[in-house]
Design a protein around this ligand. Structure first.
Ligand code: GTP
Ligand code: MG
Length: 537
């Protein structure tokens, strides 16, 4: 066998190897020749190292071009998670559709929360608290809380409840709707991570003690022969709508690490029946499923929602349920049906507060994007969640900042002393002035434009909440233009990068059609910005 034909591995070159022989220094090499050769070899090595470095840089650039990281920022309820859902709906529609059923419980919770808010607003205590309150208050974002006790059979059924002013049969409504409030507690317990104490306030409703130790009054009732859970309403004085609007702890949220979507992917909560027998075809066959009580209570919810006196009270209290989870009340028959299956729109409107960071990865098949992988990060926007933002600033290519401009007359849920719009402006200023983000593309969504339009049309005056607006016209175009200028000016003034362009979009991110167009534009802007930045490396 010819030795030169041996495979490379384990091959021992001998001097008979013509290539190796050619590379050997000549046997009769002089000192001067040797120095010249060594110098030439050093130069060649330098050139080779430079080429290696250039190759490594090119590889890094290519890798960077292949992944684009986008961070969604903004205060709580600004619409970050809704925007993420729109990205999912556009790029991974199958996964989005597969998860729809898991949102059924969140939607029920949203509906039940609206019922709770209405009962709170029409309670005699809210009436008492409302008397004498200055009418020009900022809107309460949350009501004080009706506390549920799920311990049936305690307390006094007949504990006197007053009928609130305006002839609303408050006590009857409470009795009829009490089973719903029990379900709310069950759903919240199922959704929240039992290991998680950090967000206990946000995920668990406070449960009343054995009786009204704080002077609260108790109600219990019966529907179709069923013993109802007891509802405890704080005694007068502890109910402080609307000046001290928030009792924290009523908003459903789950930690993003808890795999709640998977747990609810069959549309069921775990009941003894469906855990032990795999026989059920649909959740509606499971007697433990909350849909049965919700379905049974639907006529009472409809009566409450149709009651003109109740609507009047909500208007007086400036409670706009459409700004949170009120949407489902208008779709009551569909949402409370036994075989209810959430639509895309229902999922987009479902409110579930984010704690932690949610990551969504997708690629775009369009040849222009040539296998670029997109990573979108959705963070929690409530104040305690904001420290989780900074670690993402290091490595992000673009930020979509959401400012809900309809919230000019609302206060933060976590701090009733702070106006929501002022908080958004403050947050915006800190983001645009951040040096770490100097080369990051920033896109601003002035969000909830649909709600802004409705609010202005209903007669709410911006100048009552922002003194700087003075006597400018209160129509949508003027107000939108004002906000656009205000946010734009902060960017211009505080950005450490004078060349950074700011892209501003007026959005209503629950609207799929318009948001789709905006997302496509934003995708192009980010990609182009990213190419420009990487070309400068
Ligand atoms: N009408 C209307 N509702 C919106 C709009 N954007 C978001 N929402 C609703 O506002 C609520 C809050 O939106 P989210 O996307 O959960 O807010 P978020 O910024 O993720 O809030 P956190 O997770 O607490 O930081 C949801 O019920 C949304 O459906 C909008 O443009 N118009
Ligand atoms: Mg969120």
């Amino acid at each position: 066998m010819n030795r030169n034909m041996q495979p490379p591995s384990g091959r021992r070159r001998s001097i008979s190897d013509p290539l190796l022989a050619a590379l050997q220094p000549p046997a009769d090499e002089s000192q001067q020749e040797r120095e010249g050769r060594l110098h030439a070899e050093q130069e060649a090595k330098k050139r080779s190292d430079t080429i290696d470095r250039m190759l490594r840089d090119t590889e890094r650039r290519n890798r960077k071009q292949k992944q684009i990281k986008v961070l969604l920022l903004g205060q709580s309820e600004s619409g970050k998670s809704t925007t993420l859902k729109q990205f999912q709906l556009l790029h991974t529609p199958q996964a989005f559709h597969a998860e729809r059923i898991a949102w059924r419980f969140v939607i029920y919770l949203n509906l039940l929360r609206s019922v709770r808010r209405i009962l709170d607003a029409i309670s005699p205590e809210a009436d008492a608290a409302h008397n004498g309150v200055d009418d020009d208050y900022e809107e309460a974002t949350e009501p004080a809380t009706i506390v549920i006790s799920a311990r049936n059979g305690h307390g006094h059924a007949g504990a006197a409840a007053q009928q609130s002013r305006g002839g609303i049969p408050f006590e009857r409504y409470v009795r009829n709707l009490a089973p719903l409030l029990d379900i709310e507690h069950r759903l919240l317990t199922q959704l929240s991570d039992p290991e998680d104490n950090v967000d206990k306030e946000a995920t668990h409703l406070p449960r009343a003690g054995s009786s009204s130790s704080n002077g609260a009054r108790a109600y219990e009732g019966e529907v179709s022969g069923e013993v109802l859970p007891r509802i405890v309403i704080p005694a007068s004085g502890s109910h402080s709508l609307p000046t001290s609007p928030v009792t924290p702890g009523t908003e459903p949220s789950v930690r993003t690490t808890s795999n709640w979507k998977k747990a609810f992917s069959l549309g069921r909560i775990q009941s003894p029946k469906n855990v032990h027998s795999g026989e059920l075809q649909g959740w509606w066959e499971d007697p433990e499923d909350p849909v049965h009580i919700i379905n049974r209570c639907a006529p009472y919810i409809a009566e409450l929602w149709r009651d003109k006196r109740v609507r009047q009270k909500l208007t007086e209290r400036r409670i706009r349920l459409e700004e949170s989870s009120g949407f489902y009340l208008d779709e009551l028959d569909r949402i409370t049906a036994k075989m209810y299956f959430p639509t895309d729109d229902d999922v987009l409107k479902a409110r579930l507060k984010t704690t932690g960071v949610v990551e969504h990865t997708f690629t775009v098949s369009n040849p222009e994007f040539r296998g670029v992988e997109w990573k979108i990060y959705d963070v929690g926007g409530a104040r305690p969640q904001r420290q989780a933002w900074a670690p993402y600033f290091d490595d992000v290519d673009a930020i979509i900042f959401l400012a809900p401009i309809s919230a000019f007359d609302q206060v933060l849920a976590e701090d009733p002393r702070t106006n929501r719009l002022e908080d958004s402006l403050y947050l915006w200023q800190s983001v645009v002035s951040n040096k770490l983000l100097a080369n990051v593309n920033i896109i601003l969504f002035l969000n909830k434009c649909d709600l802004l339009r409705k609010k202005l049309e209903s007669g709410v005056k911006l100048r009552h909440h922002m003194s700087g607006y003075r006597d400018k016209p209160n129509d949508y175009d003027s107000v939108y233009g004002y906000f656009k200028l205000k946010f734009g000016a902060l960017h211009q003034h505080y950005s450490p990068n004078r060349d950074r362009e700011l892209y501003i979009h007026g959005t209503s991110v629950i609207d799929t059609r318009s948001t789709r167009t905006i997302i496509l534009t934003v995708r192009d802007i980010i990609l182009q910005g990213n190419l420009r930045n990487t070309a400068l490396i």
